[in-house]
Design a protein around this ligand. Structure first.
Ligand code: FES
Length: 126
């Protein structure tokens, strides 16, 4: 497993962003990013930082992911996602979901199990 950050970096609405590697797209190889947040139930959740609406990152590079009502908000066109499930509950792509990541919180840190990562060929085509 690969260590991503300390657990206390995910207090409140703080998030952690990290690179997942390079993926081949129609435009060449591009970095694929993920993020982790602490959901309302206290558990850590991680998702690809790729909105299912049009494939853009949810944030504008500032790590701001939460809306004022506690949902994850895509800054591009205002899709809102349940932080616990990744399901779009309001806005641009209702019923579609963020793609989850195999994260583990252990020993005061957040880890990703890279063996459980599913291959992604082109995030724009999802
Ligand atoms: S790309 Fe996220 S709402 Fe459009």
């Amino acid at each position: 497993m690969k260590r991503l950050c300390a657990s206390d970096g995910l207090r409140g609405t703080l998030s952690a962003r990290f690179e997942l590697g390079l993926v081949q797209t129609r435009y060449g190889k591009v970095p694929l990013e993920g993020f982790a947040i602490r959901a309302p139930d206290g558990a850590v959740r991680g998702y690809h930082n790729v909105c299912p609406h049009r494939g853009q990152p949810l944030d504008l590079g500032d790590g701001k992911l939460f809306s004022s009502d506690g949902l994850l908000e895509c800054q591009a066109h205002g899709a809102y996602f349940d932080p616990s499930s990744g399901l779009c509950v309001r806005g641009a792509c209702p019923g579609r979901s963020l793609r989850g990541l195999p994260l583990v919180e252990q020993d005061g840190a957040l880890w990703i199990d890279e063996r459980e990562l599913e291959p992604v060929d082109d995030p724009d085509e999802r």
